[in-house]
Design a binder for this molecule. Structure first.
Ligand code: KG4
Ligand code: ZN
Length: 358
């Protein structure tokens, strides 16, 4: 089924054409330039940029796929979660196209679509060997774990109680004097030869012995204190390294990256253990694979650690291709198609929502 996907939940205007799970085109217009001077996404500017770009991006996606709009059999749109003004732009465009062409509309949860992104390009007949799966989304806006009974059946196990992991990356990168968004730059710095990940002791926040939630704000503060010093009662700061030379910057990046990866791997292991022992509502569950998506799944150290975890636990691992880690519309179209195959379309009164579905 040829599905047009539209994604405008945050700062990327994206459109894609997907034929079941095969990606025919994947166009992403990044707004990085628009927001760079503010060091973060400005919602009002983001909505305006989406309104300018959404139809040209859809046209590019159709052109690159070599299909005319008349050939599109359904329109999928990311309708939650996200910045409400941004979501409404994509939702309105998707409704207009679906209505004008007389084809089904399907609303897709953006975070569930990140879990699905590693399935793009795979054959649905492989699903039997992948599910049940443990899903992980690590991005600038979200950090959540899911038990997935199937590609469209996801149940949230836990998520961040403060910063998303990508947000912590971007803030730590700013403290290290890197640009915006800093995640990829911090990743490159941490990989430099000689980077010493053991030089700075940074915390791994587990939130008690059983929690499947995440917290990254303590780690972010620890980076700040390492640089600036720990505040004293009389308002001074002590034991900070102050001015960062290249070596300290590189070692702190590596120490931060190691702490993030350690935290994520331990949480995944905890979830696998709790699922296997039947402590969770799902009852005893032997997970067959790890499905990981979101911008931070492009991270080199995390990809290596996940491959290692999968081998140790005898699990399959599905990671998205690099261009499908960040926000994109191919994942929206792919999951939308799976929902339509199950007979779960939306109607034209579909609403946008800032929060996730579960
Ligand atoms: O999935 P995404 O495009 O947007 C959200 O849905 O939030 O993720 C963007 C996030 C940013 O925080 C960016 O810094 C981070 O993903 N990111 C990375 C890497 N590439 C992107 N973080 C760490 N290492 C990377 N290689
Ligand atoms: Zn995202």
């Amino acid at each position: 089924m040829l599905v047009l996907g539209i994604e405008t939940s945050c700062d990327e205007t994206a459109a894609a054409v997907v034929d079941d799970r095969s990606v025919r085109s994947n166009v992403i217009a990044s707004q990085m330039q628009v927001h760079a001077e503010y060091g973060g996404v400005v919602p009002e500017l983001a909505s305006r940029a989406h309104a300018e770009r959404v139809l040209p991006v859809v046209e590019s996606a159709l052109r690159e796929a070599g299909v005319r709009v008349e050939a599109i059999e359904a329109v999928a749109v990311g309708h939650r979660p996200g910045l409400i003004g941004c979501l409404l732009v994509g939702l309105s465009a998707a409704k207009a196209i679906a209505w004008a062409r007389g084809v089904p509309l399907v609303g897709v949860d953006h975070v569930h679509a990140h879990v699905f992104s590693g399935l793009l390009g795979t054959d649905p007949s492989e699903d039997r060997s992948l599910f049940p799966a443990l899903g992980l989304v690590v991005s600038g806006g979200h950090t959540s774990m899911f038990l997935c009974a199937g590609p469209t059946r996801v149940h949230r196990l836990g998520g961040t109680i403060d910063d998303a992991v990508g947000e912590a990356y971007d803030k730590a990168a700013t403290m290290l004097g890197l640009g915006y968004p800093g995640g990829p730059m911090l990743d490159r710095l941490a990989q430099q030869p000689g980077a010493d990940a053991a030089r700075f002791e940074l915390p791994t926040s587990m939130l008690g012995p059983t929690s499947l939630d995440f917290s990254f704000s303590g780690l972010k503060t620890a980076v700040l204190y390492t640089i600036r010093g720990v505040p004293t009662r009389d308002g001074r700061f002590e034991r900070g390294i102050g001015e960062l030379d290249d070596r300290a910057r590189r070692d702190l990046a590596a120490s931060f990256q190691a702490a993030v990866v350690r935290t994520i791997v331990r949480k995944l292991e905890r979830a696998l253990d709790q699922l296997a022992s039947g402590e969770l509502d799902a009852g005893p569950t032997r997970v067959r694979s790890l499905l990981v998506g979101g911008g931070v799944s492009a991270n080199s150290a995390l990809r290596a650690a996940l491959a290692d975890l999968a081998t140790r636990r005898g699990l399959a691992l599905r990671l998205p291709a690099m261009e499908l880690c960040v926000d994109n519309a191919a994942m929206i179209a792919g999951l939308g198609c799976a929902l339509l195959i199950e007979g779960r379309p939306s109607d034209l009164s579909l609403r946008a929502s800032p929060s996730a579905s579960v």
